[in-house]
Design a protein around this ligand. Structure first.
Ligand SMILES: [Ca+2]
Ligand SMILES: [Ca+2]
Length: 220
């Protein structure tokens, strides 16, 4: 099962290589990026499946391949890549949670396609898609309910990641306050857990929560 997946990924990767392998070393060089000649298959599929532009996919792919030439990324590499976006904090715990959410096949690896599919939902998806994705991320053991313990772990990992540069006056209690607020609003039947229905209903009815999704926006 695992071997087959890797084989598939490598095959996809080779296809993509055909599309991207003429990229030069300079990501910033717009001219070179826009004049590269691409094979359509892999790229066009991703253009259809995601809400990224060709150029965005090129840049994402280049970063992905730089960090992981095999075309699939394991958790360790994922953490390394992620830490580059948050050099001011410790992103390893959050990256671990994220990796679990991206690793939809639960085989310990994330292909480029998995990666951009998740990223596209998070950054460009409909509200409903994004809420579903967020719920799945927060539901750490994927049992269909978010507990206070899970939400606390998530919040702490986010604050760790953002670091003191981003929130210079942040109190130690900030994550747990965030969790309490979250449960006050979300746990509508007060049974101590938040289900997907509660989550989506509460989010859509509450402007503050919709705004607090902005925090999530800044995280990835
Ligand atoms: Ca859970
Ligand atoms: Ca509940």
């Amino acid at each position: 099962m695992k071997a087959k997946t890797r084989e598939q990924s490598l095959s996809d990767s080779r296809e993509l290589d055909g599309s991207y392998d003429q990229l030069t070393d300079s990501i910033e060089d717009d001219f070179e990026l826009s004049t590269v000649c691409y094979r359509p298959e892999g790229l066009e599929k991703l253009l259809e499946q995601t809400k990224f532009t060709k150029k965005e996919l090129q840049i994402l792919y280049r970063g992905f391949k730089n960090e992981c030439p095999s075309g699939v990324v394991n958790e360790e590499t994922f953490k390394l890549i992620y830490s580059q976006f948050f050099p001011q904090g410790d992103s390893s715990t959050y990256a671990h949670f994220l990796f679990d959410a991206f690793d939809t096949q639960k085989n310990g690896s994330v292909s480029f396609e998995d990666f951009v599919a998740g990223l596209s939902i998070i950054l460009r998806g409909s509200i409903n898609d994004r809420l579903n994705w967020a719920f799945n991320l927060y539901d750490l053991n994927k049992d269909g309910c978010i507990t206070k313990e899970e939400m606390t772990d998530i919040m702490k990992s986010i604050y760790d990641m953002m670091g003191k540069c981003t929130y210079p006056s942040m109190k130690e209690t900030a994550p747990s306050e965030h969790v309490e607020n979250f449960f006050q609003k979300m746990d509508r039947n007060k049974d101590g857990v938040v289900t997907i229905d509660e989550f989506i209903e509460s989010c859509q009815k509450d402007e503050n929560i919709m705004q607090s999704m902005q925090l999530f926006d800044n995280v990835i």
